[in-house]
Design a protein around this ligand. Structure first.
Ligand code: N2P
Length: 361
């Protein structure tokens, strides 16, 4: 009996080299993982996951900068990651513990290296665009068939916004997500840090403020799906999640997603380990687990965001890989803007003006 028990213990120990740590504290975006990813990881490793969510880089950053967050694994967007790396809040990845880093697309990782030299602290989780989700029927009813659904004018032209106000407009609650598209629509450089340009972008948003129902970065998924709002400046996959929920509910709500022709942001969300993570080995094990083609394919199939593991592509629903609004073709990709890293002074200006936009002053 004793012998049997100790044999069992030995085999468990071999199967789960980091099992002794027991816990992994993950802080990730909401609606950003497949239903069974965590269970599968727990079963494969014996590590218990505590999973917590946010919908804002700003919130994540405030917690990380305060220190002792207790998180082992977080998923900031690359431009936020860059200044966080500078602030010393991430540990370099021990790449020997993450052999599946080799599964990542070298071209995409090279783009990501612009924010984290040598990809020393981070690996791509998912990526996407910031665009417009809209209720096809309600927008057509109010703006007619000539509605400029391929342009930021759909919402930034106050005449259009005024007509959509009654069916509900929502905007992401993050200045740096929204501003580059507004700048491009105004014909200004999307990565401008010129205070005059930033003022102009914020003035354009102030002009439509009376027609905006709310600023929020996750509520719009449910509201688009239920027909509670009819236009959201939001993230690609989230809008597709809304489409999927509406189809499942069979409520007759038809949703479209557009990457405006003036261009918009393409962002990368990066897995990284805080320097003071209590369970760094478990965090490395999670990154390695997620980068398996079948696991990351499950995630893309569930949340409609592209990943950076080419070998996963054949396991992804062809309706997803074939949708140009999710996997944009090269000529669209060429028009997307990389996320800008703002210096502290510009960041303060943006945030001060954003508060005014939000409160409508
Ligand atoms: C997930 C949204 C994450 C995208 N709901 C923001 N980078």
């Amino acid at each position: 009996m004793t012998r049997l028990l100790s044999l069992t213990l030995v085999s468990v120990a071999l199967a789960s080299p980091v099992a002794a740590q027991q816990t992994l504290n993950i802080y990730n975006w909401s609606d950003y993982i497949a239903e069974d990813t965590i269970t599968k990881f727990e079963e494969a490793t014996g590590i218990k996951v505590v999973y917590d969510v946010y919908d804002s880089n700003e919130v994540l950053e405030a917690k990380l900068l305060a220190g002792s967050s207790g998180y082992d694994l977080v998923v900031p967007t690359s431009n936020f990651l860059q200044r966080q790396v500078k602030a010393g809040i991430y540990m370099p990845l021990d790449k020997a513990k993450i052999p599946n880093l080799g599964n990542l697309d070298p071209g995409l990782m090279k783009s990501a290296a612009a924010y984290d030299a040598g990809n020393a602290h981070s690996a791509i989780y998912l990526w996407g665009t910031t665009g417009i989700g809209y209720n096809i029927d309600k927008v057509a009813e109010r703006l007619g068939d000539a509605a400029p659904t391929d342009s930021w004018s759909l919402v930034l032209d106050p005449a259009n916004a005024a007509k959509l106000a009654d069916c509900g407009i929502s905007i992401l609650d993050s200045a740096v997500e929204v501003m580059p598209g507004v700048l491009a629509w105004l014909g200004l450089p999307p990565d401008s840090t010129d205070p005059d340009d930033i003022e102009k972008a914020m003035a354009a948003l102030t002009a439509i403020r009376p027609y905006v129902r709310y600023f929020h970065s996750s509520q719009y998924i449910t509201d688009l799906a239920n027909g509670e709002v009819c236009l959201s400046i939001g993230w690609s996959g989230d809008v597709f999640i809304a489409m999927d929920r509406a189809a499942e509910a069979g409520n007759g709500v038809n949703i479209g997603y557009t990457i405006p022709s003036e261009g918009t942001l393409q962002w990368f969300d990066m897995m990284a380990i805080p320097a003071d993570a209590p369970h760094p080995d478990a965090a490395h094990a999670f990154i390695n687990f997620v980068l398996q083609p079948e696991i990351i394919a499950d995630i893309t199939n569930y949340v409609f965001y592209p990943n950076a593991v080419p070998a996963s592509k054949e396991m992804i629903d062809p309706e997803i890989t074939g949708d140009p609004a999710i996997y944009p073709p090269q000529e669209v990709l060429d028009k997307l803007f990389p996320a800008t890293v703002y210096d502290a002074r510009t960041d303060r200006l943006i945030n001060r003006l954003w508060t005014q936009v939000r409160t409508g002053q």
